[in-house]
Design a protein around this ligand. Structure first.
Ligand SMILES: *[C@@H]1O[C@H](CO)[C@@H](O)[C@H](O)[C@H]1NC(C)=O
Ligand SMILES: *[C@@H]1O[C@H](CO)[C@@H](O)[C@H](O)[C@H]1NC(C)=O
Ligand SMILES: *[C@@H]1O[C@H](CO)[C@@H](O)[C@H](O)[C@H]1NC(C)=O
Ligand SMILES: *[C@@H]1O[C@H](CO)[C@@H](O)[C@H](O)[C@H]1NC(C)=O
Ligand SMILES: *[C@@H]1O[C@H](CO)[C@@H](O)[C@H](O)[C@H]1NC(C)=O
Length: 343
């Protein structure tokens, strides 16, 4: 089953001259002054759902310098559920964020709030043709020259739609990775760059982390790395051998990590997913395993959640020490078997 995040944007004609303007290469649209998103919920928005929206807002505020403030000033975003889809205007201005009732839009709050802050769809970047085969007749996908290109393209972006016949990655290993719900490392990075969020002093973050502008005493880390400086792991790395070993795991509703070390600097890890319970939802949001073999851990490696003609059996070579394995939580318990060795 494929899953598409439906969201659209509006373009504003009236731009307030006083708003902070960005450098051209970042964005041609205005951002919220003082990095403060002014909004209120419409009078019929349910309390329980406000909590969901606030959870996402609080998360964004915990990793960026953006603040969310309830307000009835003249230029204010109204969050409503009267509409028939999930949609938000992009960047600063008035207008309505629509979150149609139901799980579908509950899951898209991340995506819509990032639109609200000024982040465009990943598939609308001008470099999208390098990564995606976008069928021209599909009117959803615009050739958007106003897109902010800050971070590199990432298949794990919450701003990228799920794969379909009309939106296929050239590297089909990423087909089910597309359509992720949680904000990726680069989604958050984009917000920080767009709003020029910085700290007076930069920490010496490891593993490609950077100082968290919301709390300058710790780093924001790529998935799999933790601690103040991104140099802590969730557990001790496993030592591989020259012969194939099997790692079995059952994953419930909690993201789990494993790490595999390399015995020396010239060794390479060979690793693949041998068996698993299939749950192929777009963005693999029903649960997946991601072997982070790409050298830069900020990028999302292919998530495996579909048998997809045996594609998952492809042996990955990793020179990372350690190689991080992320078992992303899903909507039911899933079993995985991974085989690995070093050469
Ligand atoms: C900008 O935000 C800061 C911190 O929230 C606040 O103290 C200040 O009053 C704001 N300035 C304006 C002009 O809104
Ligand atoms: C949504 O509909 C309710 C009536 O059902 C109305 O009171 C409210 O103002 C509407 N919200 C918006 C943003 O139009
Ligand atoms: C789409 O964008 C590319 C690159 O910016 C540009 O060369 C091309 O003319 C655009 N096509 C249309 C139909 O706007
Ligand atoms: C998974 O969810 C169930 C029901 O909500 C809960 O009882 C259980 O403790 C959760 N397990 C984990 C590992 O979080
Ligand atoms: C790794 O390879 C380099 C260059 O080929 C070699 O000089 C070095 O001794 C090797 N180190 C180990 C631990 O095998």
């Amino acid at each position: 089953m494929l899953w598409i995040i439906l969201s659209f944007f509006l373009i504003f004609g009236n731009l307030d001259a006083s708003v902070i303007r960005q450098k051209r290469q970042l964005s041609t649209r205005p951002i919220w002054p003082n990095a403060t998103y002014l909004f209120h919920f419409d009078e019929v928005f349910p309390e329980w759902r406000k909590k969901l929206v606030w959870e996402v807002m609080d998360f964004i505020s915990s990793v960026t310098c953006v603040k969310f403030q309830e307000s009835y000033e003249e230029v204010v975003r109204i969050i409503s559920q009267n509409g028939t889809r999930c949609a938000s205007p992009v960047a600063y201005g008035g207008g309505i964020v629509n979150l149609k009732p139901g799980k579908f839009c509950d899951n898209a709050i991340n995506h819509e709030l990032l639109h609200s802050l000024g982040i465009q769809h990943e598939q609308e970047r001008s470099d999208t043709a390098v990564y995606l085969n976008v069928k021209k007749e599909n009117q959803l996908f615009l050739n958007n020259s106003e897109i902010s290109i800050i971070a590199p393209f990432d298949f794990g972006s919450a701003m990228l739609y799920a794969g379909t016949e009309n939106l296929k990655p050239y590297d089909m290993d990423y087909y089910y990775t597309m359509g992720t719900l949680p904000l990726s490392f680069f989604d958050i990075y984009n917000v920080n760059k767009l709003y020029s969020c910085t700290c007076a002093e930069e920490l010496k973050c490891e593993n490609f982390g950077y100082t968290n502008p919301s709390s300058c005493d710790k780093c924001i880390c790529p998935d799999g790395f933790f601690g103040k400086l991104c140099n802590e792991l969730k557990k001790e790395p496993i030592q591989p051998t020259h012969s194939w070993q099997t790692l079995s795991k059952t994953v419930e509703n909690e993201t789990l990590y494993e790490y595999i070390a390399l015995p020396h600097q010239n060794a390479t890890l060979e690793i693949f997913v041998a068996e698993f319970d299939e749950n192929p939802l777009g963005g693999c949001h029903g649960g997946s395993v991601e072997i982070k073999y790409l050298p830069d851990p900020r990028f999302t490696s292919p998530k495996v959640c579909s048998h997809d003609g045996g594609r998952y059996l492809k042996v990955r070579a990793s020179s990372n020490n350690p190689t991080v394995i992320v078992y992303h939580e899903g909507n039911k318990p899933l079993n995985y078997e991974i085989k690995y060795r070093y050469v």
